[in-house]
Ligand binder design. Sequence first.
Ligand code: SAH
Length: 463
Amino acid sequence: MNHFPIFLNVAGKAIVVSGGGEAAVAKLRLILKTEAHVQVFASSVAPEIAAWQAEGKLSVTSRALSKGDVAQAALFYAANEDDAEDARVAALARAEGALVNIVDNLQDSAFITPAIVDRDPVVVAIGTEGAAPVLARAIKSDLEQSLPASLGVLARIGKSFRTAAEALPMGLARRLFWRDYYLGAGPKTLEADGPEALTPALEQLLAQHLSAPEAQGSVDLVGAGPGDPDLLTLKARKALEAADVVIYDRLVSTEILELARREALLIDVGKTGFGPATTQAEINALIVEHAQSGAYVVRLKAGDPSVFGRLDEELDACAEAGISYRIVPGITSAAAAVASLSQSLTKRGRNASVRLITGHDTKGFAEHDWRSLARKGEVAAIYMGKKSARFVQSRLMMHGADPATPVTIVENASRLNQRILATTLAELASTLAEAALTGPAIIFLGLAPRETARAPQCLEALA
Ligand code: SAH
């Protein structure tokens, strides 16, 4: 990060803009949202600027900027749309101690102006360090849609009630009060009775909280199953419907997240695409922090939480913090995937045990008891196995496995885009390379789809 985001207090300070054309207008639109004294220096100005001047929103000095004009300014914008003139005025402004931005010149600017979503006093600033303005605009438009216009009113009235709320003890009790206001009573009152009803609603809520015993948060570690919402347990559904906070993994499907309570705070801890996933320590901290603030936290994990789910680390974190927890099992992806093959994981006379193994562990490709896995009739479900397929294949062959051993890959088990690839051990790596899977996949060693298994297209048609 080269640019550190901060919110600068410019109330009562000067912001100076050099230039009177389109570039200046664009910046002024944003600057005029503030309580700063805005001064424009330009020999001629666009009609918008003249209108703002007439309304008393800014002052215009009809000449080029010269020495001394920026002396007291907090911020300075060079918006002349002329490189030489911008360089001249920027040098003047720097010498006079202002932070300088040259429009469309990242290199010579001390700061950049973010895209802004304005729900004053709630303000979201989006920056891409000049890398992708298109992306910033897309994020802004997403946020514009998802943040209700009433947010500003809620926050303004909430702010005016902060001193009154100090009657509650600091920390948990106060956070719970504000959570109830912002996520419950506030929006409800606003919708039903308008902004005038908000302060009385706050007073009533405060009285309730002052007389309520301290709430105790709790955590449910819930299996979300392989993706099909119909494969959730009833307990999981109930948990989602009651959750205050849902902390979920990348593999949890959007259809399932939609079942969460509307007011629940949804936290994605497995983002891909925009950057690395949240670390386990951060996830533990998030769970504990929300539970300690009194929330009912649902930690939603793909499949079953006890299968390759780092469950114990999260349980330890809860136990250490003295937070009560419960585990709600889910359908693990191997169970869903084997169903799609119309096969069973164990079968009399074929295999009396089945192994759930991982393709890689913390040290890299995972080692297993290859000799026993190579025996005829063995069945194993390999999780996280796409990358290690060639390694698994060569290890098994080295230990005498029959190259013709059936192997079946199930991608996106239970989802509409489920794919089943039936192959053999000898062909495993090449089948995977050719298929270029993008979704999560289970690799079954020792299982082929039953002849009568429905093709995935049929599943799609049925859904
Ligand atoms: N706790 C999960 C496993 C988490 S490890 C469970 O019980 O299923 C992540 C791995 O699970 C993926 O790499 C993939 O191998 C498997 N997986 C998760 N969802 C899947 C799905 N819908 N289809 C196939 N494999 C899936």
